[in-house]
Design a protein around this ligand. Structure first.
Ligand SMILES: Cc1cc2nc3c(=O)[nH]c(=O)nc-3n(C[C@H](O)[C@H](O)[C@H](O)COP(=O)(O)O)c2cc1C
Length: 163
């Protein structure tokens, strides 16, 4: 399995979550971790799984993220399992409905990716972090669920039965 983990991070917290997710995905195959500004169209080709993460800014995606998607061809993730996460403050149930992870999921689906897990949020204590205790472990668990679901999507390929 070739997994790609892409993140945007201003203060490093989302990057930490991305790296924890990548470490777990790496137990099942190869994984590349890229920041959004490094991402090119060719990075999105020939991948079996794409996970993206960004911090929630103003109840949405950071302004730097939108332009990245404008560079990507429409169908580039057709049928590819995708998952998205964000980092944010702990919010009231009402405000917690507006997350970068939900917006990212929408964008990945627009590229025709196949959502395999609900969007997930990992919490920071303050604007610059740190992450709450236990969030890195929770990120590893979430990545474990992604692995299980992506194996269910393409059992032959991940079991190594294809030529
Ligand atoms: C401009 C800006 C706007 C933000 N708006 C929100 C917000 O609407 N809701 C929220 O929960 N956190 C908000 N935050 C806090 C970020 O989610 C927090 O800085 C982020 O999780 C840290 O991730 P990073 O270290 O990867 O940048 C905001 C932070 C910044 C800098």
């Amino acid at each position: 399995m070739h997994a790609l983990v892409v993140y945007f991070s201003r203060f490093g917290n989302t990057r930490q979550v991305a790296e924890a997710v990548a470490a777990t995905l790496g137990t099942a195959g190869s994984v590349r971790v890229l920041s959004m500004d490094q991402l090119t169209v060719s990075d999105m080709r020939n991948v079996d799984l794409v996970v993206m993460g960004a911090p929630t800014h103003r109840m949405s995606l950071p302004k730097e993220v939108g332009p990245v998607f404008k560079t990507l061809p429409k169908h580039i993730l057709r049928g590819i399992p995708v998952a998205a996460f964000d980092t944010s403050y702990k919010m009231s149930a009402l405000l917690a409905r507006f997350t970068a992870a939900k917006k990212l999921t929408g964008k990945l689906r627009k590229l025709e990716g196949k959502q395999i897990v609900p969007p997930e949020t990992f919490h920071v204590v303050g604007r610059e972090g740190p992450l709450y205790d236990g969030e890195i472990e929770r990120a590893r668990e979430w990545a474990g669920l992604i692995l299980k679901r992506s194996e269910a999507q393409s059992p032959l390929r991940t079991r190594g039965n294809t030529p």
